[in-house]
Design a protein around this ligand. Structure first.
Ligand code: NAP
Length: 257
C-alpha cells in the first residue's frame, strides 16, 4: 500500500467514520439506502456482506467498494440457511445486521379491499419473516460465541400512520417494529441491541414505485441518509443496554445524541 492509497483510505474513514473491525450484513444492498449503507460501512473500514436478489445489479453496484455481494432472496425460507452459512464463512460472525430489504406489496398501491392475499403475503415474507429467520440464524452463532451485536430494522411512518392504500406495507412494517421491540427486550442481557429506524422519505425506487409523481427535490438523498445512519447505529450500539428507545421516527433518531 502506498502513501496515496493510505491517504485515500484515511479520507474515506473521515467521511464515513471508523468502523474498522466490524462485521456488517446489509440486506437490500444493491440500491437506495442499503447500497449507501454497504458502501459507507466498507469505506469506514468494516467487512461487509450485501444481499439482494438481482446478482448482476448487485455486483455492478458494489464493484470496487470492497463489499462482498451475496445474491439471495430474503423472503425465501430455504435461502436463509445458505445466507447465514456464507456470512459465517466469510465474516466469521456478525456485529451489525441491517434488515433493509423491503417489499412494498402491491405497486401501484391498492386499498385493502383491492389487495390480494398473496400481495400481503409477499410483504410479510420479505419485511417480517425474512428478518425473523435471518436474525435467528445469525444470532444463534453470535450468542454461542458470547458476543453482542446491533440489529437494525428499517421502519416507516406507515408503520404507525394508517395511510389509505398502504395497507400491505403498513401492516408488515408495524409487525416488524413490534418484533424489533420484543427481540430487544428478550436479548438485552446478552448484549444484543435491536432498533427500528424510520429513515424518512428518500429518492429511491421504492418511493417512486409508491408515489410516481413525488418531487425528487423534496426527498432525501439515500447516500446522505446512510452516512447519518451509520453514525447513529454506532452511538446506539454504545449506549447502555435498555437505556434507549427501541423505535425512532425520522426526526427522532437524527436528534438523538
Ligand atoms: N425510500 C423511502 O422513502 C423510505 C421511507 C421509509 C422507509 N423506507 C425503508 O427503507 C428501506 C430501504 O428502502 P429503499 O427505498 O432504499 O429501497 P430500494 O431503493 O427500493 O432498494 C431495495 C433493495 O432491496 C433489495 N431487495 C428487495 N427485495 C428483496 C428480497 N426479497 N431479498 C433481498 N433483497 C431484496 C433490492 O434489490 P433486488 O430487487 O435485486 O432484490 C434493493 O437492493 C426499506 O426497508 C424501506 O421500507 C424507505
Amino acid at each position: 500500500m502506498n502513501d496515496s492509497t493510505t491517504h485515500q483510505g484515511t479520507a474515506r474513514q473521515e467521511a464515513w467514520g471508523d468502523a474498522r473491525g466490524l462485521r456488517v450484513v446489509v440486506t437490500g444492498g444493491s440500491a437506495g439506502l442499503g447500497l449507501g449503507l454497504a458502501r459507507g460501512y466498507a469505506a469506514a473500514g468494516a467487512r461487509v456482506v450485501a444481499i439482494a436478489r438481482n446478482r448482476e445489479r448487485l455486483e455492478r453496484a458494489l464493484a470496487g467498494s470492497g463489499v462482498l455481494p451475496l445474491a439471495a432472496d430474503v423472503s425465501e425460507k430455504r435461502a436463509i440457511h445458505r445466507i447465514s452459512a456464507e456470512v459465517i464463512e466469510v465474516l466469521g460472525g456478525v456485529d451489525v445486521l441491517i434488515h433493509n430489504a423491503s417489499s412494498l406489496g402491491p405497486a401501484p398501491l391498492k386499498t385493502l379491499l383491492e389487495t390480494e392475499c398473496e400481495e400481503v403475503e409477499e410483504a410479510l415474507q420479505t419485511n417480517v419473516l425474512g428478518p425473523f429467520r435471518l436474525t435467528r440464524a445469525l444470532l444463534g452463532h453470535t450468542l454461542a460465541h458470547g458476543r453482542g451485536a446491533t440489529v437494525v430494522t428499517l421502519s416507516s411512518d406507515a408503520a404507525v400512520n394508517p395511510y389509505p392504500s398502504w395497507g400491505a406495507y403498513s401492516l408488515s412494517k408495524a409487525a416488524l417494529d413490534q418484533m424489533t421491540r420484543i427481540w430487544g427486550r428478550e436479548l438485552v442481557e446478552q448484549g444484543v441491541r435491536f432498533v427500528a429506524v424510520d429513515p424518512g422519505d428518500m429518492a429511491t425506487a421504492l418511493h417512486f414505485a409508491a408515489l410516481p409523481d413525488a418531487d425528487p427535490d423534496g426527498l432525501l438523498d439515500p447516500e446522505e441518509v446512510a452516512r447519518e445512519l451509520i453514525g447513529f447505529i454506532g452511538r446506539y450500539g454504545a449506549a447502555a443496554p435498555g437505556s434507549a428507545p427501541a423505535r425512532f421516527s425520522a426526526d427522532a433518531w437524527r436528534a438523538w445524541a
